[in-house]
Design a protein around this ligand. Structure first.
Ligand code: SF4
Length: 227
């Protein structure tokens, strides 16, 4: 079968439809498109794509799992290194990271690694039961993380995997930082993607929100006049 040199296009909302809503523009790969895209991967002996990934996801391994039709296995592979695959599959600048180093990009377009990551994460969010392996012991070291933006969430996810008792403290009433307050809905849906990813992380850690309000109430209780 000849090698397809261009990435498979990702379906998106028609312009005439999307101008009337705030829903996500890109619709993600279907199963058929994902299976077609993984066939473009050469499974290089030295996978340069992996060197471009800041969290060192085993990209060829997760692509191989998709090829086998084992989407849950692909998701588990990604999650060994990343706690937020549905978010990263959407907003990571793959063109300057993993995809920039993909050898397929030398003569054509790189493999759509971000699109594949998004496909797997979305598929599992809708169809798979998350297997929870709680590694945290009761006497584990407690760690406080200030801020529930992407850096705080990623750090919390990694520490929880290593067995620490993690609590994220968030000043505002919604977790996610820039994911919730900065990136628009049509690019990163909040209820469909951000909230479920954070809820999933919360199975492994605690989240304490409204710190500003708590501080306000505490000062009030102490008799301060708050200006
Ligand atoms: S560099 Fe590209 S073709 Fe090679 S393993 Fe990585 S994704 Fe596949």
């Amino acid at each position: 079968m000849p090698l397809v040199m261009q990435k498979h296009e990702m379906p998106e909302q028609d312009a005439n439809v999307r101008r009337n809503n705030f829903d996500e523009v890109a619709l993600g790969y279907t199963e058929e498109l994902a299976l077609a895209e993984v066939n473009r991967c050469l499974h290089c002996k030295v996978p340069h794509c992996r060197k471009g990934c800041p969290v060192d996801i085993d990209i060829p391994a997760f692509i191989a799992k998709i090829k086998e039709g084992d989407f849950e296995g692909a998701n588990a592979k990604i999650k060994e290194a990343s706690s937020l695959p549905a978010i990263c599959g959407r907003v990571c600048p793959q063109e300057n990271q993993c995809e920039k180093y993909c050898v397929m990009g030398i003569k054509g377009e790189p493999v759509g690694i971000g699109r594949l990551e998004r496909f797997v994460a979305d598929y599992c969010m809708q169809n798979c039961e998350e297997k929870i392996e709680k590694t945290v012991k009761d006497d584990a070291q407690k760690v406080a993380i200030i801020g529930s933006g992407p850096a705080g969430l990623a750090c919390a996810g990694d520490l929880a995997k290593k067995g620490y008792q993690v609590t994220i403290f968030e000043a505002l009433h919604t977790a996610g930082g820039v994911l919730s307050y900065g990136i628009p809905e049509f690019r990163l849906p909040k209820d469909k993607v951000v909230k479920p990813e954070i809820d999933n992380l919360r199975k492994f850690m605690s989240l304490c929100k409204n710190l500003i309000l708590m501080l306000y109430l505490l000062l009030q209780e102490q008799g301060y006049l708050i200006l």
